[in-house]
Design a protein around this ligand. Structure first.
Ligand SMILES: C[S@@+](CC[C@H](N)C(=O)[O-])C[C@H]1O[C@@H](n2cnc3c(N)ncnc32)[C@H](O)[C@@H]1O
Length: 232
């Protein structure tokens, strides 16, 4: 697996000047990460697609990424947000090898995962959806439903695919149906890859990209490590 240290990256600069970036509650590492990694696809045609809107806080990925677009830190694109808006589906066996700090925490989480509904929307989620829909500078589309049904409905070309669905099937369905729509040079970002709490993500990504595992890039920036792949 290739190692990529954020400072070494020479992302394609945008031609227009960058505007002020005011993102509440978002730490610098995440801002740098999304700016640098998403910038790698700045010249690729296609939309931004996220499977895993969540959006329970001002610090959600959708908030940050749309603010980066508006301030011209990354290319502005149509944004598609796919989510059940009912929280996670119930987890499968692939998702349960979870390491938590204590046995009690682990038992509680496993019970919650098997039951489904973790990360249910809050009033803040609905407020964020409303704000994004009303923003005249953005072109956003929300698609409600389980990925099993919704992923195959997507037909538009993709430049940036952000996967943040935590579970095995929540990675496998989108990858199976929309990876063919990712343009050459487009980027696929895996939020949960190689995280001990979400083993299903790593399993799904490794299975799907079994011939391309060497192309998965590790981003190491500040306290955070994330992974992505550029489509060749
Ligand atoms: C961890 S949250 C996303 C967090 C968000 N990206 C953020 O930065 O705040 C995961 C989201 O994926 C959604 N999700 C996971 N699996 C899904 C599936 N199979 N179908 C529909 N939605 C799913 C959940 O509803 C949840 O909102």
């Amino acid at each position: 697996m290739k190692k990529f240290i954020n400072k070494a990256n020479k992302a394609e600069p945008l031609t227009k000047q960058r505007g002020p970036l005011t993102v509440a509650n978002f730490n610098k590492s995440f801002r740098e990460y999304f700016t640098e990694v998403i910038s790698l696809a700045n010249n690729v045609k296609g939309d931004f697609v996220e499977f895993g809107f969540g959006g329970t806080a001002a610090s959600s990925s959708s908030r940050l990424i749309t603010d980066l677009m508006k301030s011209n830190y990354i290319t502005k694109r149509k944004c598609w947000f796919y989510d059940s808006f009912e929280g996670l589906p119930s987890a499968n066996k692939e998702d349960l090898g979870i390491e938590w700090t204590s046995k009690d925490a682990k038992d509680k989480i496993i019970k919650e995962l098997l039951h489904g509904g973790m990360f249910k929307p809050t009033p803040a989620t609905l407020e964020l959806i409303d704000q994004l829909k009303k923003d005249p500078e953005l072109n956003v589309e929300f698609v409600k439903g389980w990925y099993q049904t919704t992923a195959k409905q997507h037909k538009e070309k993709i430049a940036v695919l952000h996967l943040d669905g935590d579970l095995y099937e929540s990675y496998l369905y989108p990858l199976t149906h929309v990876y063919p729509l990712v343009e050459k040079g487009g980027i696929i970002i895996f939020d949960d890859y190689d995280k001990s709490k979400w083993p299903g993500c790593t399993k799904a990504v490794n299975e799907f990209f079994k011939d391309k595992i060497k192309d998965i890039v590790t981003y190491e920036g500040g306290y955070m490590t994330r992974h992505y792949l550029i489509k060749k």
